[in-house]
Design a protein around this ligand. Structure first.
Ligand SMILES: Cc1ncc(COP(=O)(O)O)c(C=O)c1O
Length: 437
């Protein structure tokens, strides 16, 4: 046994109230956790099951979930409608390759997404994670120019505070300084990471950049309305309108990364609708399958798709993930869309927004609190700094809630189905824990 295995076995005792399950003890020393310094991170909590807005730990403790598993489980966990759809599909066919074969769940989902999205965002390319959906969007944009016979348009304009994923192409358009990939700064491709055009000065700087460099730029990529994992920062719809105008002026492609904001999270079904803007490409994932199975989509407009439409095989999009359009995941996504159609999700989001505004308001003015903000079902308490992130996360567990601050931000992104009592428990825990910092 290596020293690290022994150390982990030692540290994991105490994670549960009673004895940890055998699978936990046996497996923990072999797992590599996300976003974690393995030497110092607190071991994860063993989960037995999840239902609605509750996570049930193996020792029987129940936590009210404030995060919806990185914003995916918009209808709550284990929703019977999604479970049934996945079960039915499993009985027929869990998966077939998407090369040369097609199936009903994928084609139905593509049709439904095209109908839901604004404008002519009509062509759906499926993949299995948000980062890959972003890679595909970037690849589509670069090839869009190559297919038109224009070489050299390989760079992107992206924004400070932005986050687009953890694969190398996506990392290269994240905030290079404040983001989590700063170690790789300058190593992954030279893009232009600038301030969002929020005011005259930043808008003028963006215009100057585009005037000088348009010939090398494939497109602009942005998380519309809310920059999520880069710090839960909000901006106005006017910023997006400005980006659309700037892109149109110089014929750049505009990519909206709605992996976080899509499917109701900001209050509209898609954030682009709040600005009445149609991007050229949109990326979707997370809540697309209601938090059940990995699925992502890169959806192209007619203009983008047309650049690939040719008798020349070299102009094809050479991409095809093995588990592309997985039938179980597409069945889950169709069921997820049913729930958006049948249940008043956007009204629930508006209710959550109002309750979070009330519930988090006491944090305003507390020592160490920089800002309190809410948009849709996203509630944020930004602190000056968080000294002990792991310790703060543990404080929330002790309060019976699962809330996972990052950077200097404590945030809530609950399921849209959360009950008023559960939401009050979450906001109450935030107020209590922040007041004790
Ligand atoms: C806006 C945005 N883009 C891309 C990603 C990457 O998605 P995934 O973690 O599924 O690769 C995320 C994940 O948080 C995201 O919020």
């Amino acid at each position: 046994m290596t020293a690290s295995v022994v150390e982990w076995k030692h540290r994991s005792s105490g994670t549960t109230a009673g004895a940890a399950p055998g699978w936990y003890e046996a497996g923990l020393a072999h797992i590599w956790l996300p976003y974690a310094q393995m030497k110092t991170v607190r071991p994860p909590l063993p989960v037995a099951r999840a239902e609605g807005c509750r996570i049930v730990l193996s020792d029987g403790r129940e936590l009210i979930d404030g995060i919806a598993s990185w914003w995916t489980a918009c209808h709550g966990y284990n929703h019977p409608h999604i479970r049934a759809a996945v079960g039915n599909q499993l009985a027929l066919m869990p998966h077939v390759m998407f090369g040369g074969l097609a199936h009903e769940p994928a084609l139905t989902l593509a049709r439904r997404l095209a109908a839901l999205l604004p404008g002519d965002l009509d062509r759906v390319f499926f993949s299995e994670s948000g980062s890959v959906a972003v890679e595909i969007a970037m690849k589509m944009a670069v090839q869009f120019w190559l297919n038109r016979g224009i070489r050299g348009r390989t760079r992107f304009i992206a924004f400070r505070g932005g986050y687009h994923g953890d694969t190398t192409g996506a990392m290269a358009v994240c905030d290079p300084d404040a983001g989590m990939h700063s170690l790789f700064r300058g190593l992954l491709g030279e893009h232009h990471i600038v301030d969002l055009p929020r005011d005259e000065e930043s808008a003028a700087a963006l215009s100057r950049l585009i005037d000088r460099r348009a010939g090398e730029i494939a497109g602009i990529i942005v998380e519309p309305l809310v920059q999520g994992a880069g710090g839960m920062r909000f901006h106005d719809a006017a910023v997006l309108r400005h980006l659309r105008e700037a892109a149109d002026r110089h014929d750049l492609l505009l990519i909206f990364d709605e992996i976080f904001t899509g499917f109701g999270r900001t209050g509209d079904m898609f954030a682009c609708q709040a600005a009445s803007i149609v991007p050229d490409i949109i990326t979707l994932s997370k809540a697309l399958s209601g938090g059940t199975l990995p699925l992502a989509a890169t959806v192209a407009s007619g203009k983008v798709f047309d650049a690939f439409w040719s008798d020349d095989p070299a102009r094809a999009l050479m991409h095809g993930p093995t588990y592309m359009a997985n039938a179980l995941a597409c069945a889950a996504a169709n069921a997820c869309l049913d729930l958006f159609e049948q249940e008043p999700r956007l009204q629930q989001v508006a209710g959550i927004a109002a309750a979070m505004k009330r519930g988090l308001a006491p944090c305003r003015g507390m020592p160490g609190v920089k800002d309190v903000r809410v948009r849709g079902a996203i509630g944020v308490v930004e602190l000056d700094r968080i000294e002990d992130l792991d310790g703060l996360r543990a404080r929330f567990i002790a309060e019976g809630v699962f809330i996972r601050p990052f950077g200097s931000t404590v945030y809530l992104t609950p399921a849209f189905t959360i009950s008023p009592d559960e939401l009050e428990t979450l906001t109450g825990a935030v107020v209590k824990v922040v007041s004790e910092l």
